[in-house]
Design a protein around this ligand. Structure first.
Ligand code: ADP
Length: 623
């Protein structure tokens, strides 16, 4: 017998499960049934593809038994792939799932919020410790002789010892605790299986004492029976007309570990040149690992109802990684190697058609059900934006689907809606990028746009900075960042006239001289109304934000970006500069005009002490 410590994360998770999920204890049965089903899937695949396994006697089934009288136990048993000693240590002692640490870090200590997060993380096997104070796992791996018994009270360690088991598979036995005792009941188990695991593709049997009573309520007969409790059909293969929303929702829960109903589903059957079925779900809330590099893909591949893999990130494009569901192909060979799936033409075609289908459905919802679409966008706007640069072929559809905040409309707005609101002679779609919505809304760069009533899209999502500049046009309208030097074409010629003002030319010359190589250029601004100055970046340079992001991503050689300083010729400070003769004072003012504009943009000053010195000098003069 060998004693093992749980990995720290498991110990933490166990603690959390017991303290945050107690109001939803019942999900443990769903998790156990789902593990059993996975184990059967894996073995089924091997018996069809692995020479050594072909002769194996395989009778796929899940059996639930319980003792409601004395010891109060509940067992879930499968004839699946089983585990050897090493598997037990690896799978039931650690959490292999990536992002576990970051997930644990997200937890707040508030039981209600945490239970939502845990729900999305998927607690798996460990959730059984909510209902049991001891768990035994008796298991034997298919093709191996030895069986193993894993035992733990979920308090920090577990034991593994050699054992006997007649066939391959796994039996998980829960020694129910006080709160778990309610689950040792035929009625309770049946209703839970129907609720969560009805559509598991293998039969689930329940063995119990069936009792008959006479008219006076006395037990007349008791017989030990075994009955199938789930429907055991591959739901996605059933005709749509037979299925109700509830069926889809239940199925979603069995494959996603999500406690909530999905936002919507898309069930497609293709016949003809290619035969396949797909069933996709969009979760109500983003999976916890959506932004982890090694997220777990949510789409499973089946071939003629045989499970092939649930770990192929190429089944769907990365930006649609929030989808959950099933692809079942009739045309692939069963023994298709998992490694060569990527190059498989059948799959490439299914994938292409599926992406189009999903995007089309999203567009339909956007038009027909605003509320639902807003719920979708709130969670998944960002992945869609990733698609704008990764999926060139579908860029046009994606441009219709992404949403932005705006100076004009509340909530989210589409490019199409913006286009329709454009002023008669407006030439471009304008946007401002940055990381803080309030700051962006107050940016001096927007003053002249506001005055002219020109709408500007507020792009405060990090990804906007990367994606949007790569999009030149929506339909035939150009997209222009307001912090770009050439984005003033809609802001009126009347102001350009002022550039001919010789006094202002002189002021600009003097500011240029004062600032030297701190700026790329100094110009008269057409976009300012109230503020004296602002900075913009040259069309050919990256923006400050972009440079900061590149730096954060570890890129070393980022060229120094020099801003273009624009000044407002109508502002009092600028007007006064025209007659100011004191060169040293002019220099201070020039620097302050630059530095305040940088600050408003959120750019860190190189020499804040010098800025404060200058400011104080001026304050002394003013007081
Ligand atoms: P998940 O199922 O999300 O991977 P679990 O904690 O529920 O997480 O299970 C961890 C691992 O333990 C599984 O991935 C699987 O490898 C193994 N396992 C659990 N239950 C069984 C079972 N009944 N048969 C075979 N392996 C199992």
């Amino acid at each position: 017998m060998a004693k093992h410590q749980f990995q720290t994360e498991v110990a933490q998770l166990l603690h959390l499960i017991i303290h945050s999920l107690y109001s939803n204890k019942e999900i443990f049965l769903r998790e156990l049934a789902s593990n059993a089903s996975d184990a059967l899937d894996k073995l089924k695949y091997l018996t069809l593809t692995d020479e050594a396994m072909k002769s194996l006697k395989f009778d796929p089934r899940i059996d639930i038994t319980f003792d409601g009288k004395d010891s109060k136990t509940l067992s879930v048993s499968d004839t699946g792939i089983g585990m050897n000693e090493e598997d037990l240590v690896n799978h039931l002692g650690t959490i292999a799932r990536s992002g576990t640490k970051s997930f644990l870090g997200q937890l707040t200590g508030d039981a209600k919020k945490d239970s939502n997060l845990i729900g999305r993380f998927g607690v798996g096997f460990y959730s059984s410790f909510m209902a049991a104070d001891k768990i035994e796992v008796l298991t034997r791996k298919a093709g191996e002789k030895d069986a193993w018994l894993w035992t733990s009270d979920g308090k920090g360690d577990f034991e593994i010892s050699k054992a006997e088991r007649p066939g391959h598979g796994t039996t998980v036995t829960l020694f129910l605790n006080e709160e778990g005792k309610e689950f040792a009941s035929q009625w309770r188990i049946t209703s839970l299986i129907k609720k969560y695991s009805n559509h598991i593709a293998f039969p689930i049997f329940l063995t119990y004492d069936k009792k008959e009573y006479d008219e006076e309520g006395k037990e007349k007969k008791s017989e030990n029976v075994t009955e199938q409790v789930n429907s055991a059909s591959a739901l996605w293969k059933r005709p749509k007309s037979e299925l109700k929303d509830e069926d889809y929702n239940e199925f979603y829960k069995t494959i996603s570990h999500d406690g909530e109903d999905p936002l919507f589903y898309i069930h497609t059957r293709a016949e003809g040149a290619m035969e396949y079925t797909t069933l996709f779900f969009v979760p109500r809330r983003a999976p916890f690992d959506l932004y982890n590099v090694d997220y777990k893909p949510g789409v499973k591949l089946y071939v003629k109802r045989v499970f092939i893999t649930d770990d192929d990130k190429d089944l769907m494009p990365t930006y649609l990684r929030f989808l959950r569901g099933v692809i079942d192909s009739e045309d692939l060979p069963l023994n298709v190697s998992r490694e060569i799936l990527q190059q498989n033409k059948v799959l490439t075609n299914i994938r292409g058609a599926s992406v189009k289908k999903v995007l089309g459905e999203l567009q339909r919802i956007a038009l027909e059900d605003k509320e639902k679409y807003t719920a979708f966008i709130t969670e998944f706007n960002r992945p869609l934006k990733e698609g704008l640069y990764s999926d060139y072929a579908n860029r046009e559809s994606l441009l219709e689907l992404v949403r932005f905040k705006s100076t004009r409309a509340d909530g989210f707005t589409s490019l199409e809606e913006y286009k329709q609101r454009m002023l008669g002679d407006q030439k471009a779609i304008y946007f401002i990028t940055g990381d803080n919505e309030a700051k962006l809304r107050n940016s001096p760069l927007l003053e002249a746009y506001a005055k002219k009533d020109i709408e500007v899209l507020i792009m405060d999502d990090e990804i906007d900075e990367i994606v949007i500049p790569s999009i030149d046009k929506y339909k035939d309208v150009e997209l222009k960042g307001v912090n770009r030097s050439d984005a003033g074409q809609d802001l009126g010629k009347d102001k350009n006239e002022k550039e001919k003002d010789r006094d202002i030319d002189d002021v600009i010359k003097r500011i240029k001289k004062a600032l030297g190589d701190r700026v790329k250029d100094v110009k008269v601004s057409v976009r300012l109304a109230e503020s004296p100055s602002c900075i913009v970046t040259d069309e050919s340079d990256p923006t400050f934000k972009m440079a900061a992001m590149l730096k954060a991503m570890g890129q070393k050689e980022i060229p120094e970006i020099k801003p273009i300083l624009e000044i407002n010729p109508d502002h009092e400070i600028v007007a006064k500069l025209k007659t100011l003769k004191d060169e040293a004072f002019t220099e201070d003012i020039s620097f302050l005009l630059l530095e305040q504009a940088l600050l408003v943009e959120g750019v860190e000053l190189k020499d804040p002490a010098a800025f404060v010195r200058r400011l104080n000098k001026i304050m002394v003069k003013a007081v």
